[in-house]
Design a protein. Structure first.
Length: 206
């Protein structure tokens, strides 16, 4: 998922920005450019000025839509990884959770997305706008998908009726984030499969 930001010159980007365009189109181009810059260089090279140059949108427009560069970065990150982290619904909750968790592990260990999400989590501790955008555009939607899948499996009788879906999400993804941010042990797909298998076996009805 590493990209070359230098492939898009300032002049080319500004040519795209000429003329009036629908707001949704402009916003989409901004988020695409921001995602490329973010994954290419991380938060260290991520500024409104550079996103403006790459997307062709004015800095005034960027400041109108996003209260801080962190808020823009969080939304751009989610837009970039959204398709990769699509949540399946095959009717087999163990298989679906395994697919989702291993996709997450591949993303954060095999691409620049892992470094970037660690940076976003770190920056969010002191940037309230980034923290709010991270919850709104990334963590809350991701959590909602997993919670819904677990609750549906519970309602279908595939899991125990007393299963707390929110706690299950924390147990699964929390374990992976712990290894990502505190790498005492490696974060691997095998680890993700083990976590799902051990947890789901305990969640199934007797």
């Amino acid at each position: 998922m590493t990209v070359s930001v230098t492939a898009v010159t300032e002049q080319q980007a500004r040519r795209r920005g000429r003329g009036r365009r629908p707001a949704d189109e402009v916003r989409g181009e901004v988020l695409a450019a921001a995602g490329e810059l973010l994954l290419g260089e991380g938060m260290g090279g991520f500024t409104f000025e550079r996103v403006s140059a790459l997307s062709g949108a004015s800095r005034t427009t960027l400041h109108k839509w996003w209260p801080s560069r962190g808020a823009l970065a969080a939304e751009a990150y989610f837009r970039t990884v959204e398709t990769t982290l699509a949540f399946p619904d095959t009717g087999d909750i163990a298989a679906d959770l395994t697919h989702q968790l291993t996709a997450f592990v591949r993303l954060v260990t095999g691409t620049a997305a892992g470094r970037v999400i660690a940076e976003l989590i770190g920056w969010s501790q002191t940037d309230p706008e980034l923290a709010a955008a991270y919850r709104e555009h990334y963590s809350a939607p991701r959590r909602a998908l997993a919670v819904t899948a677990i609750e549906q499996a519970r309602d279908r009788g595939r899991l125990r009726p007393d299963v707390d879906a929110e706690a299950v999400v924390d147990q699964l993804w929390g374990a992976c984030y712990h290894r990502l941010l505190i790498p005492d042990q490696p974060l691997t797909e095998a680890f993700a499969r083990t976590v799902v298998d051990q947890l789901v076996r305990g969640l199934r009805p007797a």
